[in-house]
Structure formats: C-alpha cells, structure tokens
Design a protein around this ligand. Structure first.
Ligand code: ATP
Ligand code: MG
Length: 326
C-alpha cells in the first residue's frame, strides 16, 4: 500500500490564506522504503511542503487546498491526539535548522528520554541501552549522551537530530536540508551514514535539499521544485542522464560531474519569479533558453508520463518525438 499520497496540495502565507501561494497544487506518492529527493532553489517552497505534509505548518502558513494521506489516514484532518501519537512513532522530521532545535538546557540523554517516553513506557536501563544503540547508529560515541548540545560540534548535533528522528522506528522521515549547514566532509559522511541506515531500517524518506548532487546520490526518485510546483519527477539515474525540464538541465550544469569529467559550472541567469504576481505562462519562461511563444502565455500542466512527469511544453513535445527539444 502507498505510504504517502499527496494530492494537489496548496499552501499560502498571509491573512485568510489569500497571500503568497508558496506551494501550488503539488501531487506525488511515496511507497514504503522509497527515498524521494526534493530539490530546488531557495524560496521554491521545499520547507513549506515538508511542513505541510507533516501537518506542522504554523500561521501565517495555511493549507488552502488538497489533501495528504499517510498510511491511508487523512493527515491534515486528524484529531490532535491521533496526530501526536503518529509523530515520532510513524512520521518524524529533521528540521532545516535541526541542530539548533536541541534544547540547550537538556542533556542529549534527556532529549531521547523525552521522545521515547512520550510514546512508550520503558525501564530506564532499557532506555539507556536504546540511546547507546541510536547514537551508535549515527556514529557518535554513546558517552556523549551525558553532554549538553553546546558541547557537541554542528555535525554531531545534526547526527543527534537524525538519531532522535529514528528513535521510534518511523515509517517516514522528512529531512529538510539535513547537511546544508555543515562542511563538505561532514556532509558526505552523514549522507553515507543515512544511506546505510535507510538500507538497514527501511524507512521511507523525503529528502529536501537545494543541492542536486547530494540528492542524486541518496534518492531513488527526484522531484524538481520551481516556484512552488513540481516541474519534473524522475528516477534519479534517469534525471542525471536525460533531464527533461530545461530547469533541471540548467540545475545539472550548476555542479561538476566528476564521472563525465565535466568540470565547468554555469549558474542559471535571472531570478525565480515573484510568487505574489505569477505570470499566466510557464514560471520558468523568463530564464528558459528553449522557450517557445506559447510558454509565455499558456501555463504547462504537469504531464504524467508513467511514473515520471514533467510540466513543460518543450519537454512534452520532445517526449512525443517532436523536434522542439534537443
Ligand atoms: N513565515 C512566512 N511568512 C510569509 N511568507 C513565507 C514564510 N515562510 C516562507 N514564506 C514564503 O514561501 C516561499 C517558500 O519558502 P520556503 O521556506 O518553503 O522555501 P525553501 O525552498 O525551503 O527555501 P530554502 O532553500 O531557502 O530553505 C518563500 O519564498 C516565501 O515567499
Ligand atoms: Mg527550506
């Protein structure tokens, strides 16, 4: 059974939900154990989507359309108690500033105790053993459980946040930029660690990042987000080899690919659109090097091409065997 089904989810910031639409009709499915990467520039709505999917959105953010089914349950309309039971135990989130989310006056051990005891009763000896096991999983010496967050490095705090998210064996973990604030060596080691943990424990994940290289390394499938919408969803390997959307193609040129020895990097000229006044056409059109006349006036809809999908007039013509797409 599908673990997560997101249907036409729309989120707005502003009074009575009339302000900026930061997530616009996003739909996708996630199967048990699947790792979906969500990639896009800053402000494209990735965190908003992560919060909305886990029903953690706070005002002025508001879901103004769509629904989220988690394990068949209507997550956005669950009673508070049911939602509380579900958090950590079935669905957990590692926040964008996760390493700063630890409480500075509590030891690492207390963080785990609070999380575990909020859902289960367990003798203190068993809890301690479980904390040792969890810290071991994220490659932290269990002796650190007696320390306070300020006594740990940024990378260690992020690992603790990940271990907390794993503590009750959830079916789904949402990672919002879990490695962005860290140096590349620590980033890499955490990503490798996450991959191994996922293989061992089989949880499904939404892995949000603006770093396509990291996402391609860790995810089975990738959703590319632009101006609040999914513009391409594709198997990770295929996305690297045959990106369909011009935005995805441009993103791929933003990082070096050591495998093809392509080392030149080009940025994407221009800036994302102002979400307050969306144009009638494709939101990427002003920055697109392949645009056609109707791209300015007709908004492309997301076309499902059987497990993958794209929202682009040019790419759809290309997929149908036309000549407009290189
Ligand atoms: N608290 C808020 N109040 C008003 N608007 C907001 C708020 N938070 C986000 N937004 C709007 O939603 C858009 C998407 O923000 P979001 O944080 O989801 O983007 P993101 O893709 O996670 O960016 P980043 O890569 O910088 O984390 C922003 O461009 C902004 O216009
Ligand atoms: Mg974000």
């Amino acid at each position: 059974m599908t673990l997560l089904q997101v249907e036409q989810l729309t989120v707005a910031y502003g009074s009575a939900g009339k302000g900026v639409k930061a997530v616009r009709g996003v739909s996708f499915q996630l199967e048990p154990g699947e790792f979906l990467g969500i990639v896009g520039e800053s402000g494209s709505g990735k965190s908003t989507l992560g919060y909305a999917v886990s029903n953690l959105l706070r005002p002025p953010g508001q879901v103004v359309g769509g629904r989220v089914l988690f394990d068949g349950k209507d997550l956005l309309n669950l009673p508070k108690r049911a939602l509380k039971q579900l958090r950590w135990a079935e669905l957990s989130i590692v926040m964008q500033s996760g390493m700063n989310a630890l409480n500075p006056v509590l030891t690492i051990k207390r963080h785990f105790e609070d999380t575990i005891l909020s859902h289960a009763t367990m003798p203190s000896r068993d809890i301690e053993a479980r904390i040792r096991e969890l810290l071991g999983m994220v490659e932290i010496d269990p002796a650190f459980m007696h320390r306070f967050p300020h006594e740990l490095s940024g990378g260690m705090k992020q690992r603790v946040s990940i271990a907390l998210a794993l503590a009750l064996g959830p079916k789904l973990i949402i990672f919002d930029e879990p490695t962005t604030a860290l140096d590349v060596v620590v980033q890499r080691s955490i990503v490798q660690n996450l991959k191994a943990l996922q293989r061992q424990h089989g949880f499904a994940a939404l892995f949000i990042s603006h770093d396509l290289g990291t996402v391609l390394e860790i995810a089975n499938r990738v959703a590319v987000m632009y101006a609040g919408e999914f513009v391409e969803v594709q198997d990770a390997k295929k996305l690297l080899q045959q990106p369909m959307h011009p935005y995805t193609q441009a993103l791929l040129k933003c990082f070096p690919d050591p495998q093809t020895e392509r080392l030149e990097i080009t940025g994407i000229p221009g800036t994302p659109p102002d979400l307050k006044s969306p144009s009638p056409g494709c939101p990427f059109e002003p920055r697109c090097t392949q645009s056609m006349p109707n791209c300015r006036t007709v908004k492309p809809t997301f076309v499902d091409l059987g497990g993958t999908g794209v929202a682009c007039h040019v790419a759809v013509i290309g997929a149908a065997g036309g000549t407009a797409h290189e």
